[in-house]
Design a protein around this ligand. Sequence first.
Ligand code: SF4
Length: 249
Amino acid sequence: MTDTLTRPGPASLAEAGRALEVGTPLDILRWASDRFGPRLTFATGFGAEGCVLLDLIGRHRLPVDIFTLDTGLLFPETYELWRRLEARYGFTIRSVGPELSIEQQAAAHGPELWAREPDRCCDMRKVTPLTAQLSGFDAWITAIRRDQTDSRATALAVEWDPRFELTKVNPLVRWTKRDVWGHLLEHDVPYNPLHDRGYPSVGCLPCTSSVNPGEPERAGRWRGAPKTECGLHADVEGADEIGHPGSLM
Ligand code: SF4
């Protein structure tokens, strides 16, 4: 039987979305935490937006489950940031990994699959684990902002996610990149030092390069390949990231 408390219908979600439209990110996070309790999760990719949300969750001690997709191929700086955030806020960011280790994947599908079939590699190392993980929750927090893409321009603070079939909570939906970096700097929130070294978008090490001045922020992802997204819901891959304080000056 449907649990109307944790599986709200469209009308209920729309009502909550309208009420939260004027709320702060913290208001929205608090509402979601109260509403969904342990059935709420946050999948972070350690981008700038994600660090803002981790700061709010950590400083206000919100009882939110947090995980990250550890492909086994993240930058050392990203692993270090993961540990720094845990130490700073005292929470655990769960590691969700693919079924196959790098070695097992190489044995089964050949070495460096990412260089030959990146879509297949992303599917095995990101999409499949995320889908499995979200199936155990009723709501997830994303880091999307309306000003990121045309498709996000109509995003609401709370809405139904038809792809993963759970409620999607978007606390930063009304924020700009300037708001994000203003928050990080004001609260001295740890962020990925690669952002200061020409990497506005940070993914897996073999598939991420730095970006030259004037290039799009995601130009360093799968450089030289037609691929631009990993196939994840872009809320993890495309939104929980981006930005460099220097770009705001
Ligand atoms: S970003 Fe690259 S290494 Fe990471 S999962 Fe996708 S193809 Fe594989």
